[in-house]
Design a protein around this ligand. Structure first.
Ligand code: NBP
Length: 466
């Protein structure tokens, strides 16, 4: 019997995705470059599921029914190209390769063209939800041709997470649309994680709260407007105790945040496309700063920060408001980026559908998405409309208070303040860019526009200067 689908790459994601597919009743052939991993997977995890192990790429391809459908869950980057090259001699026109890794969207663009020229169908599919999601139901963001999508639609719908609004999978759009959207998902994820971390930092440094007390607060917040996977896991993290020392584990973790690049790619794409994703960008910058642990330790000796610890429950409410404010703006900046990219790259995105797919299975699933979906079709690209501005205004005093407390106590809050400044700039009729234009014209003859007449103007700025 031939397998209905094949999967290459049996690390964390591949193993769990293969099991998920098999448990939905599909026969899956699997292959991994290092054969011992395939054997280990079979010995430790496969318990009668319809999974066929293969140890040679040709055997793997031959074990699949035609047109072949092959999901790659290998490391993003050259491993994807190597695997495609190794597969190509064994494939026939009309076969499909799905790259389920976190590939850069421009790599996906290139691979799409390369494979199309060889008659091979290709989908670049964002997969969110980590190992748990891969096994129990991820959020899936497949992009490429609709014809390619239709070949695997039934399987993807079955394995995806489910919400009251349907399976967390949809055809995202043309060519690299799936990986672009997954990249923006991760950019939003970076910003919300950093905003939560800043709130946590204020709770411990300014309010003197202990880990379990903070866990109680995040748990409570998770019941309301802030209901989300990231707030939920923050509460669980804060409650976890280190078995060896009996201390909260979070207090023992080194404060250096790693990254695999998707947040940076989001910021780069946003700058290239001219979209102001301030909160997302600052989250990436702060992870970079966290890496300079040695420098930070030394410099902290030069600036002694006096902090007045005040137990003030009133401040907790303000922190909650600031987090809601920043969460909304992290999403709305990501939506703006997707809207612009969709036009620029001809993706044909339906952003409401993208948001629906993010309602379950993925890391940024949250109650806020329902509100975003209510406004997404009637507001502009950036989602700042009548309704959302009224919503944000409700939390403005909270953010002001939180930033004041952070400044008084010299606690860095880059994403909370970036969100606040973004909102202020976006709602400011007059920005000081007139002065910047004058400076540019002064030193570089770049010209400027005037508010009282049409045209491009240039002045000899030295003339008449005394
Ligand atoms: P990794 O990203 O750690 O990749 C390991 C897999 O890639 C192994 O199967 C390895 O085979 C294979 N591989 C490598 Br490395 N180089 C190869 C090559 N030149 N040719 C063939 N295979 C090669 O695995 P992962 O963490 O399961 O992630 C898989 C993909 O899913 C990545 O793109 C990742 O970014 C994405 N993703 C991960 C998560 C997560 O939570 N981990 C979430 C969402 C998306 P080997 O065994 O022979 O070395």
């Amino acid at each position: 019997m031939k397998a209905q689908i094949g999967l290459i790459g049996l690390a964390v994601m591949g193993q769990n995705l293969a099991l998920n597919i098999a448990r939905k009743g599909y026969t899956v052939s699997v292959y991994n470059r290092t054969a011992s991993k395939t054997r280990e997977f079979f010995e430790s995890r496969v318990k009668g599921e319809p999974i066929i192990p293969t140890y040679d790429l040709k055997d793997f391809v031959e074990s699949l029914e035609k047109p072949r459908k092959i999901v790659l869950m290998v490391k993003a980057g050259s491993a994807v190209d190597d695997t495609i090259e190794a597969l190509l001699p064994h494939l026939d026109p009309g076969d499909l390769i799905v790259d389920g890794g976190n590939s850069h969207y421009l790599d996906t663009e290139r691979r799409f063209k390369y494979l199309s020229e060889r008659g091979i169908l290709f989908l670049g599919m964002g997969v969110s939800g980590g190992e748990y999601g891969a096994l129990h139901g991820p959020s899936l963001m497949p992009g490429g041709s609709r014809k390619a999508y239709e070949l695997v639609e039934e399987i993807l719908m079955k394995i995806a997470a489910k919400t009251e609004d349907g399976p967390c999978c949809t055809y995202i759009g043309e060519r690299s649309a799936g990986h672009f959207v997954k990249m923006v998902h991760n950019g939003i994820e970076y910003a919300i994680m950093q905003a939560i971390a800043e709130v946590y930092d204020l709770m411990r440094k300014v309010m003197g709260m202990g880990s379990f007390e903070m866990a109680d607060v995040f748990e409570e917040w998770n019941k309301g407007e802030l209901n989300s996977f990231l707030v939920e896991i923050t509460a669980k993290i804060l409650r976890k105790v280190d078995e060896e020392t009996g201390k909260p584990i979070v207090d023992l973790i080194l404060d250096k945040a790693e990254q695999k690049g998707t947040g940076k790619w989001t910021a780069q794409a946003a700058l290239d496309l001219g979209v102001p994703t301030s909160s997302l960008n600052l989250a990436v910058v702060e992870r970079v700063i966290s890496h300079f642990k040695g420098e930070r330790e030394k410099l902290s000796q030069l600036l002694k920060k006096e902090r007045k610890v005040v137990r003030d429950d009133h401040l907790l409410e303000k922190l909650k408001g600031a987090l809601i404010f920043s969460t909304f703006l992290s999403f709305s900046q990501g939506v703006w980026l997707m809207n612009v990219a969709s036009r620029e790259f001809g993706y044909g995105l339906n952003v409401s559908e993208v948001l629906r797919v993010w309602k379950g299975g993925c890391i940024i699933r949250s109650k806020m998405i329902d509100f975003l979906r209510e406004i997404v079709t009637d507001s502009g690209d950036h989602l700042l409309c009548d309704r959302s501005t009224r919503f944000l205004k409700e939390y403005l005093d909270d953010v002001k208070e939180v930033l004041k407390v952070a400044q008084e106590n010299l606690v860095p809050v880059p994403v909370l303040s970036a969100s606040f400044n973004y909102f202020l700039s976006m709602t400011e009729e007059k920005l000081p860019a007139n002065l910047i234009q004058a400076q540019r014209d002064f030193f570089g003859a770049h010209t400027f526009e005037r508010i009282d007449k049409e045209g491009a103007f240039h002045l000899d700025w030295w003339e008449g200067v005394v």
